[in-house]
Each structure stands twice: as structure tokens, then as C-alpha cells.
Design a protein around this ligand. Structure first.
Ligand SMILES: Cc1cc2nc3c(=O)[nH]c(=O)nc-3n(C[C@H](O)[C@H](O)[C@H](O)COP(=O)(O)OP(=O)(O)OC[C@H]3O[C@@H](n4cnc5c(N)ncnc54)[C@H](O)[C@@H]3O)c2cc1C
Length: 339
């Protein structure tokens, strides 16, 4: 008789956890209050940026592990490896140091070299270039992960402690602090798309310090255009139970200004815009731990999609008391008590 597992939430983290538990022989049920890919959560839309380039070796290593876990899904459509260009003096130096410490490939491109890779771009300073990066086809990824799983859509769980299963994992995104007392702030973040000449343009991150204040990122979205967005541009708390996900006009204006300054060759109108939820922890590290014997995975802080299948694998391992990589120590909840 297979052991039973219940997973709350069918976003990228819940589906990834369920897939890993099913692979380990559990009979898995996924409970989702809305539907897979709901526009009300954190995982909707056609694309997400993936990368190994981070300012800390822990994340560089996790980024490498994550790419390998994506490849295990055995669907070549999911990753679009366009490479990544980064500017923003302070952060790019930190990222290069962390990449070097982990033996990851990277290069520095002067603005002319960067323009040869991205003709529509005009970068203001030397760019850090990493080849192992690009776009994840997010909607295809959710469909691939849910394949073969028992996903109960429209089923809202009141208390996961009442679920009768050998293993319970809660991956409830912006609703996580409805179940557990955790220092999370839910906020609404938005993206827009502009028509692009080519689906293989590199992803780009601007860590700030340019003429348009803020941190911005961009990536290809095959079949739609080039996606542009500001990171952490709307820190005001947002109630995830609100039925709407408005787009902020001032935010779109900032995006247009950044586009004009950074990609003068991509000067068409914004063809689409949408918003979804970030669930922020105070340190922007994720949460992967147990509370009352329940595995808790969340606190995505706007950057967990790329790590989805890996974090799901690790949550399934945690549920079975298997050891986790040392990098996961930073995801423990006790850190909040330490302030
Ligand atoms: C605009 C934007 C851009 C982003 N860009 C990137 C990027 O480029 N790269 C990257 O790596 N990450 C990116 N992210 C972050 C990434 O999308 C999120 O980290 C990730 O999708 C979070 O997944 P999740 O499974 O934790 O949450 P969700 O997808 O929100 O899933 C949680 C699910 O739990 C369900 N649920 C909650 N409570 C209950 C209940 N009581 N009963 C049943 N079901 C319940 C919800 O309905 C929801 O479907 C971005 C996020 C946003 C918003």
C-alpha cells in the first residue's frame, strides 16, 4: 500500500513537490483552491527568467542544481537558453566573484560587444554575461509538472493539520501565513511585453544605478514578445484574497522609461501587461522547513520559479527525513527568531 501524501497549492512549488513525492512512490493528492496557473497566484504567465548568476555562492550552486532538475523533466521546450546580460556596477562584481568561486562560466562584454549580442540594446557599462541562463516556458512547465498528478482544483484547505496523509506539504504561496505565523509580506508585481524581432534575445538584468531608478529585468517570451519588468517595484502589502490583480500605470511609465534608455531598438508599444504575487521574506531567502511535522515551502520573494523543480525535490526529501544540501540551511525558519 503506497504511503499517502497531501500537497496544498498547485503553483510551481506545490506541483514540483507533488511530482517528486509521486516519483518516490507516494500516492499524492494536490489541493488547489483555484486552478493550476491561476492568475491570482505567483506562478501565472508564459515565462520566467532562469540563471546561475547570483551574488552568493549558495544561490549559484542552487541555480546549477536547478538547471539539472529542469533537464530531468525531459522536455526540451521548457528552457530557452538565451544567455543573460547584467549591468549595475555593484551587483555584477559580486555575481562575478560568486560565479568564479563556483567555477561557473561567465564573461565581461563592453557595450559594443553587448550590442553585437543584442542589437536593440544600448548598455551604459560593461556587462556581465553568463551563458547558462535564459527563459523558462512557465505555462508549459506547470502543464508538464501536473501531468499524471491527482490535482483537486477548487478545493480550499482550511487547516493542513487536519489532512489525513503520511506526509503533508504546504506550498500555499501568498496564503502561507494564513496557516503559519511567518514574517511574510505579499505584494503585487507587474510585467509587460513589447514586440521583439527575435525570440532568442538574451535575458537582461539591470541591478540599478542607471538614469531610471529601480531594478529591472527582461527576457524573451516565445510567441508573445520581450518581457520587461521592475523587481520589487510595488512593496505595498496586498491582500491575496482580493479578486483583482490591477496593473499600476505609474509602474508602466517607469518600465517605458527604462525600455527607452536601455533598449532603444525595442521602442514599440507595450502589447500586454499583467501582475501577480510576490511573497516576500525579510531576507528574500526562501522558506523550506517543517512546522508541527508539516513541510512548509514558500517565501518565494519573487525569484523561486527557476528553482521550482529543485525545491520540490528538496521538500520531498525533507518530508522523508533525508539530508538536504548545506545551502538549504539558510531557508530554515529559526533564522527569523534570530532576527
Ligand atoms: C511578476 C512576477 C515575475 C516573476 N519573475 C520571475 C522570474 O523571472 N524568475 C523566477 O525565478 N521567479 C520569478 N517570479 C517568482 C515566481 O513566479 C514565484 O516565486 C513562484 O511562482 C511562486 O510559486 P508558489 O508555488 O510558491 O506560489 P503560487 O504559484 O502562488 O502557488 C500557491 C498556490 O496555493 C494555492 N492555495 C493557497 N492557499 C490554499 C488553500 N488554503 N487551499 C488550497 N490551495 C491554496 C493558491 O491558490 C496558489 O495557486 C516572478 C513572480 C512574479 C509575480
Amino acid at each position: 500500500m503506497p504511503r499517502r501524501a497531501s500537497v496544498v497549492g498547485a503553483g510551481i512549488l506545490g506541483l514540483s513537490t507533488a511530482r517528486a513525492l509521486a516519483a518516490d512512490g507516494f500516492s499524492v493528492t494536490v489541493h488547489e483552491q483555484h486552478a493550476v496557473g491561476t492568475p491570482l497566484g505567483g506562478s501565472p504567465g508564459p515565462s520566467r527568467l532562469y540563471r546561475t548568476s547570483y551574488g552568493e555562492a549558495d544561490y549559484v550552486r542552487l541555480g546549477r542544481m536547478a538547471i539539472e532538475e529542469w533537464k530531468r523533466l525531459d522536455d526540451p521546450r521548457l528552457l530557452v537558453p538565451t544567455g543573460l546580460l547584467e549591468v549595475g556596477a555593484g551587483q555584477t562584481t559580486l555575481n562575478a566573484e560568486a560565479l568564479a568561486a563556483c567555477g561557473e562560466p561567465f564573461d565581461w562584454l563592453d557595450p559594443a560587444q553587448a550590442t553585437r549580442r543584442f542589437p536593440e540594446a544600448r548598455l551604459r557599462e560593461p556587462a556581465l554575461y553568463t551563458p547558462d541562463a535564459g527563459a523558462v516556458r512557465a505555462d508549459l512547465a506547470l502543464e508538464r509538472l501536473r501531468r499524471g498528478l491527482d490535482v483537486r482544483e477548487g478545493e480550499r484547505i482550511g487547516d493542513p493539520r487536519e489532512l489525513e496523509a503520511d506526509v503533508v506539504c504546504v506550498c500555499a504561496g501568498g496564503w502561507l501565513s494564513r496557516f503559519f505565523d511567518l514574517p511574510l509580506r505579499v505584494q503585487l508585481e507587474q510585467v509587460a511585453y513589447v514586440a521583439a524581432a527575435d525570440d532568442l534575445r538574451p535575458s537582461c538584468i539591470d541591478h540599478g544605478g542607471g538614469i531610471v531608478p529601480g531594478v529591472y529585468y527582461a527576457l524573451t517570451t516565445p510567441g508573445v514578445g520581450y518581457k520587461v519588468a521592475e523587481d520589487d517595484g510595488q512593496p505595498a502589502p496586498f491582500d491575496p484574497d482580493r479578486p483583482d490583480r490591477p496593473v499600476d500605470a505609474a509602474g508602466l511609465d517607469r518600465l517605458r522609461s527604462w525600455l527607452a534608455a536601455t533598449f532603444p531598438g525595442l521602442n514599440g508599444p507595450l502589447i500586454r501587461s499583467e501582475s501577480c504575487l510576490y511573497t516576500m521574506t525579510p531576507d528574500r531567502d526562501f522558506i523550506l522547513d517543517t512546522i508541527d511535522g508539516i513541510v512548509v515551502l514558500g517565501g518565494d520573494s519573487g525569484h523561486a520559479f527557476k528553482f521550482g523543480p529543485l525545491l520540490g525535490r528538496l521538500a520531498a526529501d525533507l518530508a522523508q527525513d533525508r539530508p538536504l544540501p548545506p545551502q538549504c540551511a539558510r531557508f530554515r525558519i529559526e533564522r527569523f527568531a534570530r532576527g
